[in-house]
Design a protein around this ligand. Sequence first.
Ligand code: ATP
Ligand code: MG
Length: 315
Amino acid sequence: MSSPQTADVLVAGMNIVDILVRLPEKIQHGEKHEIRGLLIQGGAPAGNAASLLASLGWRTGFIARMGNDTLSNIARAEFIRHGVLEDYFIPDASALPGVALVEIDPATGERTVFYTLNGYRSLRREDIPAAAVQRAKLILVDGYETEAALAMLEAAQGTNCRSVLDLEAGEPAMLRKLVELGTDIILPLGAAQRLSGESDAAAALQKLSAWTRGQVLVTDGAKGSWAWTPQGVFHQPAFKVDVVDTTGCGDAYHAAYASALLDGLPLRLRMEFASWVAAQVALKLGGRSNLPTRSSLRRADTSRLSPELKQHLGS
Ligand SMILES: Nc1ncnc2c1ncn2[C@@H]1O[C@H](COP(=O)(O)OP(=O)(O)OP(=O)(O)O)[C@@H](O)[C@H]1O
Ligand SMILES: [Mg+2]
């Protein structure tokens, strides 16, 4: 086998196919309903983040076991559609992606998720190409594939490779280890509360920040995001948009933050960019339906952005 192309960004995390259904206003149980909003698409935090990073022009590899069945072919094609490198897929005829059925409430955009991991094969430490991690500029890992996440973070220690962590779920002792090793740790508020034992966002941030030399952030949907800084807690409001479906907002936030980090932007602009990109994702059904590219960013309406971010985007 030829050696894999060098990746700027290596991502490892759950490999999932989403089936998204925008429910009708009224449902009669036992009846058939024709709907306009039904979509099959690649999903999951790390998968969506890898797709956005590739879409933004970073050479991005996704590490996952890939089978040959119909669902695996959908997962694979969905990565390729956004430009994710195939080089880091691990051929495994017996592996299936997970499947998530995502029901979206038409009134609120809120989601209810039913998922199965039947036939799913998790990554093992030996699946992680440590040398490729050490050559990468950034890794992004989740709390679902923790053995892989830990192996990647350990490989990245002592290098300039940055590490963005998406820890919306996971076992607390393992998550703590990951927090300790990461450079940029972003958790939804609920996960930060569970892990820290603190109910207040600022207290949770402070506690988690004491575990790590990394930058810790917390997100809370339409309420925005918070970062712990030496000057205190910084809040970035969310951008108000007409929400269709919030699937993938958190995933996009992580990836856009990572892209801004690679671009060398300071924390506040990373958070502003991440919030702005995440809000765009909420405009369409599915977590990968409205991912920007570098050129679409140059054409985008940037009127609500700070002068500094506008300047960076060249608009
Ligand atoms: N309804 C919304 N309107 C505008 N922006 C939003 C909305 N929901 C989320 N966002 C943006 O996305 C960020 C991350 O969202 P959230 O805190 O819901 O992450 P999450 O729980 O990880 O989501 P996901 O389910 O995608 O994993 C928020 O901080 C905000 O900037
Ligand atoms: Mg999330």
